[in-house]
Design a protein around this ligand. Structure first.
Ligand code: FAD
Ligand code: 2HG
Ligand code: ZN
Length: 468
């Protein structure tokens, strides 16, 4: 019998240590089904103390630990390698809302709380928790914090980092650090909280967090605008920000091909225009006054954009159902691309003003090197973040295309680098981009990151093979 797993059973209960293949399978393969790892087992603790006790055992038996939330990550961060030496530590049983403070405007939740449940808890308390992404029905707040997730509300509310005031963390030595402070100001030394956010489980395990809440908007309006080029979309962004300021809460770009894919794989989702257009932008306005006020602003933006020839068509959702169906078009791009087959993802950011040039130049370079590749370009234009995804040429087998992944990545990422951008704007590095990042970060930066890792996790048991 495995002594280590037996001791884990004594901590969490025998039924919370999964070892049968049928039980562990969903925890070992990534969301995109690109990689399947192996593990000694999946351990499912129910409290920070149980997490700490398991991590102590991992130290004692030198067992690597892979923290996992909803397993929706896109960079192979949440699954173990193929050695079979690690455990997956699933946080999904730790899903309670611990407290809501309506004066402080904060909510304290456990790491395994599903994002959508957190949004609902905030709404039921009359507040908004603004983090929103396509995987919100299954990703967890612990995973969101560990990847510093972005999503569609960053333009107004910031990344997950900006939404977090305090953390509870189990260190790689198995101690519990209670940093659950709901303070908006706290300059008492190094910011440990920010070190764990975005660390992809390589520095410790987040077990709970204090998060910011916001007033619920009085009105929320959605519109879809059609235009010729990404540069036109940037002009629209400038116009909308100028007229709406902080009321502009979403600004998502989608190319014609993205929506063709959605329509092909989800035929019930239709574009609301009679004719197609090369580019589309989904705009969202959130207003603290009234629906009429929001509508007046939105109509003014659309009228000006039409008059100036920036866009050639637009629809404003007239109901919540219509608004949802516009958002569904956007959110189904990832799913439609997965249905279409294997693809190579690039989650990049460049200065917002340079997005048009980046797309133009990189499209040319890619078509020259890999003729016929199909570009699935969409993303959070208001944040300078593009999902510059590449699907194989129609006639090419998926696997033959994926074999060229390194070469495709190099064309795209070198271009990102020339444009002073980042090769991971929101999904993180995981195991997927761990080698790649060394081409673009300086030796100084890599050494500083390695020094932090060595200081916090000298036994190297926390999510090995990820980031570094
Ligand atoms: P997991 O996938 O389980 O883990 C992600 C990483 O965090 C891993 O390295 C894991 O080890 C670590 N981790 C998880 N929980 C903890 C913890 N408690 N303590 C320490 N480390 C932990 N991402 C965006 O940023 N923006 C988007 O718009 C977006 N849209 C998406 C849409 C779809 C359809 C899908 C499938 C994914 C999308 N993602 C997006 C990616 C993904 O949903 C996010 O990265 C999300 O934050 C991951 O949360 P999770 O709970 O699934 O984490
Ligand atoms: C999104 O913005 C996600 O929808 C997923 O970040 C992006 O599929 C992708 O590449
Ligand atoms: Zn995204």
């Amino acid at each position: 019998m495995n002594k280590f797993l037996n001791e884990c059973r004594a901590v969490v209960g025998a039924e919370q240590v999964l070892t049968a293949e049928a039980d562990t399978a969903p925890y070992l393969t990534d969301w995109r089904r690109r990689f399947t790892g192996k593990a000694q087992g999946v351990v499912r603790p129910a409290s920070a103390d149980e997490v700490a006790a398991i991590v102590k055992l991992c130290n004692q038996f030198q067992v690597p630990v892979v923290p996992q939330g909803g397993n929706t990550g896109l960079v192979l961060g949440s699954v173990p390698d193929t050695s079979g030496s690690a455990i997956v530590l699933s946080l999904t049983r730790m899903n309670r809302v611990r407290a809501i403070d309506l004066i402080n405007n904060t909510i304290t939740v456990e790491a395994g709380c599903i994002l959508q449940n957190l949004q609902t808890a905030a709404a039921e308390a009359g507040r908004l928790f603004p983090l929103s992404l396509g995987a919100e029905g299954s990703c967890t707040i612990g995973g969101n914090l560990s990847t510093n997730a972005g999503g569609t509300g960053v333009l107004r509310y910031g990344n997950t980092r900006e939404l977090c005031l305090g953390l509870e963390v189990v260190t790689p030595q198995g101690e519990v650090w209670n940093g659950l402070r709901g303070l908006r100001k706290d300059n008492t030394g190094y910011d440990l909280r920010d070190l764990f956010i975005g660390a992809e489980g390589t520095l410790g395990i987040i077990t709970a967090a204090v998060l910011k809440l916001f007033p619920q908007p009085k009105a929320q309006l959605t519109a879809l605008a059609a235009m010729r080029t990404p540069d036109d979309a940037l002009t629209l962004l400038n116009l909308a920000q100028g007229r709406c300021g902080a009321a502009l809460t979403g600004f998502e770009l989608m190319s014609e091909f993205c929506l063709q894919l959605v329509n092909k794989h989800f035929p019930q989702m239709q574009l609301p225009f009679p004719q197609s257009s090369p580019q589309y932008v989904l705009l969202e306005l959130s207003d603290s006054e009234s629906e009429e006020h929001a509508m007046a602003m939105l109509e003014a933006v659309i009228t000006a954009a039409l008059e100036e020839g920036v866009i050639h068509d637009a629809v404003v959702a007239g109901s919540i159902a219509q608004s949802k169906s516009l958002w569904h078009l956007r959110e189904h791009i990832t799913l439609a691309q997965a249905e279409e087959g294997k693809n190579i993802k690039h989650d990049v950011s460049v200065p917002i003003s340079r997005i048009g040039d980046f797309i133009r130049e990189t499209d040319i370079l890619l078509q020259k090197a890999f003729p016929g590749t199909r570009m699935v370009t969409f993303g959070h234009l208001g944040d300078g973040n593009l999902h510059y995804n590449v699907s194989p040429p129609e006639a090419m087998a998926d696997d033959a295309f994926i074999e060229q992944q390194d070469a495709v990545n190099q064309v795209v990422h070198d271009s990102v680098h020339r444009f002073s951008g980042s090769i991971s704007a929101e999904h993180g590095l995981g195991a997927l981009k761990r080698e790649e990042i060394r081409r673009y970060k300086s030796e100084v930066e890599m050494r500083l990151m390695e020094t932090i890792k060595q200081a916090l996790d000298p036994m190297k048991i926390m999510n090995p093979g990820k980031i570094l």
